[in-house]
Every structure is written in C-alpha cells, then in structure tokens.
Design a protein around this ligand. Structure first.
Ligand SMILES: C[S@@+](CC[C@H](N)C(=O)[O-])C[C@H]1O[C@@H](n2cnc3c(N)ncnc32)[C@H](O)[C@@H]1O
Length: 377
C-alpha cells in the first residue's frame, strides 16, 4: 500500500487499508499453509477516490499485492495454494476501471463481477466453492449488505470484515423517517429500536447489537470489532466488525488492532494540527506528536481492561476451570484487550489468590498454551 502521504486528509482510509493489508496477509498465510485454496472476496471493490494511477491506494490492489507476498513466502516453503480473488463493483464506470486495472494479472486468479453485492451472492457462493474465504464488505453507506440477504455467504467456511460506517449510520438513525425498512435490512430484521434509543452507551449498544446479529445470522463462534476514529476529533468514524469461527482468528485480529492503534495514535496528532493550522492560519511551534492531548484512547483501554477482568471472573464462576486458550478467545473478543494485557490479568488473578494456574512448566514464568486457569473458590 502507499505511504501515509498519499492519504493526507483521509487518514481513516489509511488505517482501514493498514488493517486490511496486515490481517489479509496473516489469514492467507495460515490458510495457505494448511489448505489447497485461499479465497478473498471484496464486495464493494471500487476504485473509489483512488489518487494513484497504479491503484496502490485501493483495497483491491492492496489485496492483490498482499496475496502475492503470501504466495511467494509460501512457495519458498514448498506450499503452493491456489489464491483466488473476486471483486464486485456496482457502478459501471468504476467497474470498467477495475476490470482494466486487473486484466493481465495471471499469478493470482482474479475475477470481477459488475452488479450489486447482494444480487451477486449466488455467484459469489459458487465462486467460493465451499473453501475458506475472507470477505471484505466496505460500503459507502448502510445499504447493500443486509445481513439476511448475504447470509448464504456468511454461513460458509470463512470469515468476514464489515465496515460499519457508524458516523454515517448514526446521523440517519437520529432521523428515522423513511429509513426503517433499510435498517431492518442492515440489522437483519426488526428489533434494533431499543439498541438505537437515546441514553447512556448508545454507540456501544448499537455496535453490540449489530455484532450479536452478525454472530447469530452468520453462525459465527466469535464476533468482535475495532474502532477507527475521525482523524481530527476523538469521535468514531467507523468500526470494522469481524466474524470468525477460529480462535486463532480472534488472536490475529487483536494483534493487527494493536499495530493499527499505534499507527492511528501516530497519525492523528499531525492530522489535528494540520486542521488547526488551516483553521487559524497560524503555524504552530511544536510538532504535533510532542503534545499529549489524546488521552481518550487510554481511558477507553482502561475501561476495556475492566471488562476483561469481569469476563474472566464470570468464566471462572461458571466453568471452575478453563484452558488458557479457551479463556483467551472469549476475553480477546473485547476490543483493545491484546494477548499481553490478558496474560497480565491472568497473573493478577493468580497473585491475588483468585485463580490457580495448573500445568505450568517448572521454569515457565508467563501463562500460555497448555495451562489451565482454575477458580480457587
Ligand atoms: C467505499 S467504496 C470502496 C472502497 C474500497 N474498498 C477501497 O478501500 O479502496 C464503495 C464502492 O462500492 C460501490 N458500491 C456501492 N454500492 C454497491 C453495491 N450495492 N454493490 C456493490 N458495489 C457497490 C461504489 O460504487 C464504490 O466504488
């Protein structure tokens, strides 16, 4: 993908592409190591506001380049899975650009479809052919990916990352006139009204509700999300909502989140400073990253850590003892709770006498695979 300079003024897209590139590389490598096929589906491909003629700042080209790197890494270890991509774009002009941009690519199998994502679901399911597929859904609004309409694809063997455009959706949730049926589509049926009602934690209620519907209708074992902020304020832009059946998927998703968060924290002070200078016309003396105005992320991480403590406590109350990896995949569903944070929490439980760690090796200092966490009362 292109460096940050190419994304000035749309830093949220940089973070989205950063996330997609890293997660796709991870999952393609893991699947390519054990399976004969890896499939990637981009339901809303674009190009969309691409600024570079090589399309290096589009999700479809970023994916092709990532899959090439994975294929060559795997080939060095004598593994040659079939890498297949399917790109869907509804707008005929953008589709034409997409088709021209990928024609001639032969090292990765690339197919394109012109039409709406929902209407193409039967063809997409045929293309996936019951293999593992990562599907990326990156719409411009809240329509075109109704959970019930895309259910046959979600219930396949793969994973999904959906860009839930919170900022956009939120504006329309406030003025519901005429949009009720499209919100039924978005959330996979009625029942969303109380989640969107005014009151405390409304944003969290909306995301949790969407995640629970995705889990139910997609038949996923784990669903989680990560929040991408507006570049120049501390408000949410969108959430990447993720569904998987694989405990390892949750672990990798959180690991990519850890890197993306640090990238986001690096990028936003500059974007804020640029916006301030543009607004006031006054150049500033210090570089933006010298100041520490962004405390919101740390506050949020503290709250998430408290949630993780509560979840581990309730797991121990209901199961009495639980293998480390099982507990990890449940607790890491909580955003911003990374594996290192979870390990610290487990050790605090043990230090307080709230849990015992069974099957630790004699010289093992940190909890990990093979250990069982047991309640002490
Ligand atoms: C946000 S852009 C995608 C950007 C792209 N994922 C990227 O990061 O470079 C959404 C794209 O989906 C297309 N689109 C809109 N509605 C669609 C639908 N129902 N089905 C398929 N494509 C659609 C738009 O024309 C636009 O090109």
């Amino acid at each position: 993908m292109r460096e940050l300079e190419y994304y000035r003024g749309r830093e949220q897209t940089y973070i989205k592409h950063f996330f997609l590139e890293r997660y796709l590389e991870k999952v393609a490598y893991h699947i390519g190591w054990v399976a004969k096929d890896f499939v990637y589906v981009d339901g809303f491909s674009g190009p969309w506001r691409a600024e570079h003629e090589s399309y290096d700042d589009t999700s479809f080209m970023i994916a092709i380049q990532a899959l090439r790197r994975v294929a060559s890494g795997l080939a060095e270890r004598d593994r040659r899975p079939r890498m297949r991509c399917l790109f869907i774009e509804r707008d005929p002009k953008a589709y034409d650009e997409l088709r021209r941009a990928v024609e001639g690519i032969s090292d990765i199998e690339v197919r394109t479809l012109c039409g709406s994502f929902e209407e193409q679901i039967p063809k997409i399911v045929d293309f996936v052919d019951n293999k593992f597929a990562l599907t990326f859904v990156d719409p411009t609004g809240w329509t075109g990916f109704g959970l019930r309409n895309i259910q046959p694809l979600l219930q396949g063997r793969g994973e999904v990352i959906i860009n839930f455009m919170f900022d956009h959706i939120n504006r329309f949730l406030g003025s519901q006139t005429g949009t009720e049926s499209s919100f039924d589509d978005l959330f996979g049926g009625p029942g969303w009204e109380s989640a969107v009602a005014p009151g405390p934690r409304r944003e969290q209620r909306i995301i949790d509700f969407y995640a629970s519907r995705l889990k139910e209708l997609g038949n996923f074992k784990h669903v989680t999300s990560t929040r991408v902020l507006k570049p120049t304020s501390d408000r949410s832009y969108f959430y990447l909502v993720y569904g998987t059946n694989h405990p390892k998927g949750i672990l990798e998703f959180r690991e990519v989140e850890r890197k993306a968060v640090s990238e986001q924290e690096r990028v936003r002070p500059d974007a804020k400073q640029t916006a301030r200078v543009e607004r006031t016309g006054q150049p500033e003396l210090f570089v933006a990253s010298d100041t520490d105005e962004d405390v919101s992320f740390h506050e949020e991480q503290e709250q998430r850590r408290d949630e993780a403590v509560a979840r581990l406590r309730s797991l121990l109350a209901s199961r009495k003892s639980i293998p480390y990896e099982d507990a990890r995949s449940q607790v890491l569903e909580i955003p911003l709770v990374w594996e290192g944070v979870f390990k610290d929490i487990v050790h605090e439980f043990a230090d307080r006498g709230e849990a015992k760690l069974l099957n630790m090796e004699p010289r093992q200092r940190r909890v990990g695979k093979g250990v069982t966490i047991a309640a002490t009362q």
